[in-house]
Design a protein around this ligand. Structure first.
Ligand SMILES: [Mn+2]
Length: 462
């Protein structure tokens, strides 16, 4: 009996053989970190096989877009990190397509590569980029692209549930380590180890939330200063990577002690340390060295309609495109700060089983979900999911964020959101911990009332 990985490779080989019949293909990918790395992987592989390509990034694959693609009469279209939910439509429009995706399949086509078809879980065991990596390895000698595959998996938070990558992601990680393009080890899990001053790691810590430190810059600086940890020789704040092993150990121990003193359960406390993933071909101290920072950099390009820049970074541009991506990341950070400030000033409305805020036009719909997630650091009640509304051109964007603790209490936001859409209107879905929808503006009130009931029901059933 061959393994799931071997079976996927056989299917991937079948898809790769089709690609090799063409000298030009069109790639359609999702506009987020997983979609960008998927596109980067397949475009690099195509380039190495001397196959021309064109590329298109989209937020969501719908009937209209599929029809447009169908009208273009491409010889072959490769869909990455999307497509599995729209297989019958792709077929109806007579598109010669390869779908390399990890979302739950609906329908069936011949050239379809998806972990679900082989009994693997597409939300924790393989991302769009991982699926596309398997495809790329059957097209040529592309094992070095395992690093991008892992960036996509981390971008989709596939490592977060278990504190490490599992399943097929793990196989890809192992391959990347064998080829010295990846490294993994246990370290502090907080964001920004490569590029940010150490106090920023604590200031933005949300999982676990550090009462008294999270969101409080002065307190974080003082906490570190009390350990004599502050500046480097040139009076600049040191980054995590600038610290010695002993200093890192001191901070981690102090954080454990601090958390214990502040009543954080050992279950949460264990999330301070977890597996982290480094890209060994990237320069230390750059975003691309750390899978988590890399995926954030890519998301910053995608969220501001500059997927082209993110893709160029994936393809290896460390000059102009990288500089542009960093500028977008800085703007993105400023927008997050402003968005959080909005939530601070306007507060949240608390219902029985959720809390929500309506950002109107004050927060971009593309970042309102992140702000909702970050709001756990400023709201008083962290035991309720946070829901956010933001105006869009065609209705209201709804973003919902939960915590691992809430999942353990029975909350499943993906299901709650789609059930509520079915009853009230709009369309949406996502993951158990993070989900979203777009609904007609006038349904805001009905939607939140129903969602409150649905989430209450989920927690009661547990
Ligand atoms: Mn994905």
């Amino acid at each position: 009996m061959s393994s799931v990985y071997e079976k996927m490779k056989i299917r991937a080989k079948y898809c790769a053989d089709e690609i090799k019949k063409h000298d030009h293909v069109h790639v359609v990918s999702h506009i987020d970190a997983d979609g960008l790395t998927s596109a980067g992987i397949i475009c690099k592989a195509l380039g190495r096989s001397n196959i021309d390509y064109s590329i298109q990034f989209i937020k969501q694959l719908d009937e209209t877009i599929i029809k447009e693609i169908g009208n273009k009469d491409y010889n072959l279209v490769i869909f990455t990190d999307l497509g599995s939910g729209m297989l019958s439509s792709i077929q109806e429009h007579n598109i010669n397509a390869i779908v390399s995706d990890h979302h739950v399949p609906r329908g069936d086509i011949d050239l379809h590569l998806n972990p679900h078809l082989f009994g693997a879980n597409g939300s924790s065991e393989l991302s769009g980029s991982g699926t596309t990596y398997i495809l790329a390895t059957q097209l040529g000698n592309n094992t070095d692209l395992a690093d991008l595959a892992i960036v996509g998996a981390v971008g989709d938070l596939q490592h977060s549930k278990h504190g490490k990558l599992i399943g097929l992601n793990r196989k890809i990680l192992d391959e990347g380590m064998d080829h010295h393009v990846l490294d993994c080890y246990k370290d502090i899990t907080f964001f920004g180890k490569q590029t940010r001053p150490v106090f920023k790691l604590l200031q933005f810590a949300s999982d676990p939330y550090l009462p008294g430190l999270t969101g409080n810059e002065d307190a974080c600086i003082e906490f570190l200063a009390s350990m004599n940890l502050r500046f480097s020789g040139d009076e600049r704040w040191r980054r995590w990577i600038d610290l010695t092993q002993d200093e890192k150990q001191t901070i981690v121990s102090s954080l454990f002690q601090y958390s214990l003193n502040n009543g954080i359960s050992s279950y949460k406390l264990n999330r301070i340390v977890g597996e982290v993933y480094n890209l060994m071909n990237e320069t230390e101290g750059t975003e691309m060295r750390d899978a988590s920072e890399y995926s954030t950099l890519l998301n910053a390009t995608a969220r501001y309609d500059h997927a082209d820049i993110g893709l160029a970074v994936c393809m290896g541009d460390r000059g102009e495109a990288y500089e542009a991506a960093r500028r977008l990341l800085n703007e993105h950070r400023q927008n997050l700060v402003n968005g959080l400030q909005f939530v601070k000033e306007n507060g949240v409305t608390i219902l029985d089983n959720l809390q929500y805020f309506d950002a109107g036009k004050n927060i971009r719909e593309t970042i309102v979900g992140i702000i909702a997630g970050m709001s756990t650091t400023i709201v008083e009640n962290r035991d309720l999911p946070i829901i956010a509304f933001a105006d869009t051109d065609n209705g209201v964007k709804v973003s919902a964020r939960a915590t691992q603790d809430l999942l353990r209490k029975g909350v499943n936001l993906s299901k709650a959101i789609s059930d509520t859409c079915n009853e009230i209107g709009g369309s949406g879905g996502g993951h158990d911990i993070a989900a979203g929808a777009t609904i007609p503006s006038e349904l805001r009130h009905e939607f939140i009332t129903k969602l409150d009931q649905v989430i209450g029901h989920q927690m009661n059933q547990k």
